[in-house]
Ligand binder design. Structure first.
Ligand SMILES: C[S@@+](CC[C@H](N)C(=O)[O-])C[C@H]1O[C@@H](n2cnc3c(N)ncnc32)[C@H](O)[C@@H]1O
Length: 202
């Protein structure tokens, strides 16, 4: 039976009833991811009028819709194309590609004050491969932040529970004043997704 778990509702039925989906629709956001970012920002106050922001894994654009009106400048990138979002410079490409990174940085005259990543690799269903692909993505986000995030800048990124994640947090700890782990209320309980918020790069 496609899209239906035994004894349960289909994905479409659950999606329609989903609180985050309803809220996103009411507030004219493209997806429930926007609501998760609003929840994160309500707690950690990352988006500021003087922020220069790089957003990774932006399509279809829910986060960009939240970020762009609140900050000074936003450059977003994704492997997939996305419909334009007002005040967002969008670059289609693989973030791990250095030429894409250079293109993003070229659009800013100011230092990057915030990096937000909601990137997730294409899931294969093979747990060990998915965890490894996510680990590689996170490593490239952290390396990018090491090089290009300004002092006192912040980094927000999505993670999935995995055996490596504690090590990732440990590696990042000396580089930031504070690291928080947060699962926004709109993140599905059954998902192992959570977010790391690293504040004030040293
Ligand atoms: C969960 S979606 C992001 C949703 C987005 N935050 C929003 O609010 O609409 C994850 C995105 O990460 C992107 N992605 C995965 N690997 C990437 C990479 N190497 N470079 C750029 N984008 C990537 C995928 O194409 C996908 O669109």
């Amino acid at each position: 039976m496609v899209g239906r778990v035994k004894g349960g509702k289909s994905w479409h039925e659950r999606h329609k009833r989903d609180h985050g989906v309803k809220k996103a629709k009411q507030q004219n956001y493209r997806n429930r991811a926007a609501i998760k970012l609003l929840e994160i920002d309500a707690k950690f106050k990352l988006l500021k009028p003087n922020s220069f922001v790089i957003e990774l894994g932006a399509a279809p654009g829910g986060w960009s819709q939240v970020i762009a009106p609140k900050v000074k400048a936003l450059v977003a990138c994704d492997l997939l194309d996305m419909k334009p979002v007002e005040d967002t410079c969008f670059i289609q490409g693989d973030f791990t590609d250095e030429t894409v990174q250079a293109q993003m940085l070229d659009t800013f005259t100011n230092p990057v004050t915030l990096i937000c990543s909601d990137m997730a690799p294409n899931m294969t269903g093979i747990k060990i491969a998915d965890q490894e692909n996510m680990r590689l993505l996170l490593e490239s986000v952290i390396a990018f932040s090491d090089q290009h995030l300004c002092q006192n800048g912040s980094l927000l990124f999505k993670c999935f529970e995995s055996p490596d994640i504690q090590q990732t947090i440990k590696t990042m700890s000396p580089k930031f004043s504070k690291i928080h782990r947060y699962k926004p209320p709109t993140s599905r309980q059954e998902s192992t997704e959570f977010y790391l918020i690293a504040l004030k790069k040293k």
